[in-house]
Design a protein around this ligand. Structure first.
Ligand code: GDP
Length: 484
């Protein structure tokens, strides 16, 4: 069985170059050590410095996490409302929200911030984050236990008095403030104020934040390019990520292991429909529930994939067909389509049934689910989404929809630069199909949609690339920041 051979040959790298650590109970999380065997692209190697930071972080989570005396003390401090000058342990509670792609990117961002600032990371489970993943830290939990004493934290907004931005504005915190509060709410959602975004600017703000034992962070964004802009972190980040285009690639492969239920969805589908093909192509068609099926978008998909030789062209009906090669010599391509709608998959599948591929290749087209519209707070819906993101990440080549965090997570885990289908220009009524239909992404990194573009303190618009050359504008979202 060639696939078995393939799997054993790769077995040596099941720890992904030291990114993962040995010693977890394999039964409790099959994907953690099996996933390397499902990937053809072994991916980038983590730097030794990143690996050592991860090991130290795991020790920190064990020393300070839920269940320890230090955690109990820190909770008491939080309840008292008063800050403490040099706390034993510091914490960041992450409230990821929105769709699953957004939540994964937000979690990776909070984790990187935790690594940079020596904070314990705790994920709020209320948005379904406890039903999808294995625990990433050996011997410690990353889930916030029930009973967190900050009232109403899960529904804080940018208007909440405790946002870092509001505390700065109201001088509750800062040089002339009476005392350090026990916690601050770091609000970095797309509508964060310029005060909130002072988080990214200079050492002073990070020094202030350092004194606060508990941070609660809400974002739906991949804030990592913003962290590279902060002078306070640049040196550390450069040491951890000598390849700045692989930040999410490493963080994602370290943190996000499908739990056994999701891994069952991934492996059963993959083994049944995708594993045997010589080449696997993933096509992510991000549509919205109310959007009608679009022949223009279908055309964009076929022209993109054919132009870049990801899929073969087909012969017109009636065109003389070349003699098909004998069955064993045939080259096979499996196409994984993910979408909320079934129509694009049906059309592609019919096309390769009703017409012969010009190259003589065998093309099979598959779509695991079509949920119709995005649902919130439904575990089975999220499990399918996560399984599909993960299956896309096992493809050899990817075509994604622009501005989609769902696609970003897949490409980062895969370690490939996708072909990105641009949005059509126009207002919806008179859309112009984009020409060219797609372009190769400059990086496998996700785009930070809400990149800080204005420095309130210097009253300056900012060109990120002038500060850090490897942070550029995103091709699919001009206001965003992208690591190259
Ligand atoms: P984004 O909105 O494209 O940035 O991606 P998100 O993952 O943040 O939000 C979209 C959500 O819609 C997903 O998390 C799923 O719940 C759902 N969804 C969108 N596209 C698909 C798909 O192709 N397959 C599945 N199973 N769900 C999808």
């Amino acid at each position: 069985d060639p696939s078995l051979h393939h799997r054993t040959a790769r077995h040596g790298d099941r720890l992904l170059g030291g990114l993962l650590v040995d010693g977890f109970d394999e039964e409790s999380c099959h994907s953690r050590y099996q996933s390397a065997a499902y990937r053809r692209n072994p991916g980038r190697r983590p730097s030794p410095y990143l690996v050592s930071k991860l090991r130290r972080h795991e020790a920190l989570q064990r020393r300070c996490g839920p269940g320890t005396a230090a955690y109990g003390n820190a909770l008491e401090q939080l309840k008292s409302g008063r800050g403490v000058a040099s706390p034993e342990c510091r914490y960041i509670v992450s409230l990821p929200y929105q769709g699953l792609g957004n939540r994964i990117l937000a979690t990776a961002s909070a984790f990187l911030y935790a690594l940079l600032t020596g904070r314990v990371l705790l994920i709020d489970p209320s948005d379904g984050m406890d039903g999808l993943f294995c625990e990433p830290f050996l011997g410690a939990t990353w889930l916030l236990p029930p009973g967190f004493p900050v009232a109403g934290y899960a529904s804080f907004t940018n208007g909440t008095a405790e946002t870092y931005g509001n505390m700065v504005r109201n001088k509750v915190i800062g040089a002339d403030a009476a005392e350090t509060p026990a916690f601050a709410y770091v609000y970095l959602h797309s509508d964060a104020s310029a005060h909130d975004k002072s988080f990214f600017w200079d050492e002073d703000h990070q020094r202030l934040l350092r004194r606060i034992q508990w941070l609660v962070m809400r974002t739906d964004n991949y804030i990592v390019p913003g962290l590279f802009l902060a002078e306070a972190f640049r040196g550390e980040l450069d040491a951890m990520f000598p390849e700045p285009d692989a930040v999410f690639h490493h963080l994602g492969r370290y943190l996000f292991h499908p739990n056994n239920r999701v891994w069952g969805l991934v492996t059963r589908y993959h083994d049944a429909y995708l594993a045997g093909a010589a080449q696997r192509v993933g096509i992510q068609v991000r549509v919205f529930g109310a959007q009608p099926d679009s022949p223009e978008l279908l055309e964009q998909i076929t022209s993109c994939t054919q132009k870049h030789k990801l899929l073969p062209e087909v012969l017109a009906t009636g065109e003389p067909m070349p003699m098909p090669p004998p069955p064993r010599a045939k080259s096979t391509k499996a196409v994984l389509v993910t979408s909320l709608k079934p129509w694009y998959h049906e059309q592609l599948k019919s096309m390769y049934w009703e017409h012969a591929a010009a190259t003589g290749e065998v093309v099979s087209v598959h779509q695991p689910s079509h949920e119709g519209y995005q649902r919130f707070g439904i575990e089975s819906h999220d499990r399918k989404a996560w399984a599909e993101i993960y299956m896309l990440s096992l493809a050899d080549a990817l075509v994604t929809t622009s501005q989609s965090t769902f696609g970003y997570v897949a490409q980062g885990l895969a370690g490939v630069r996708p072909w990105v289908m641009y949005k059509p220009a126009g207002d919806g009524a008179t859309t112009v199909p984009p020409d060219p239909p797609c372009g190769r992404a400059a990086s496998m990194e996700p785009c930070f949609f809400a990149a800080p573009n204005y420095n309130l303190w210097k009253e300056q618009w900012l060109d990120a690339s002038a500060v850090v050359p490897h942070v550029q504008r995103c091709a699919d979202f001009a206001w965003g920041g992208l690591m190259l």
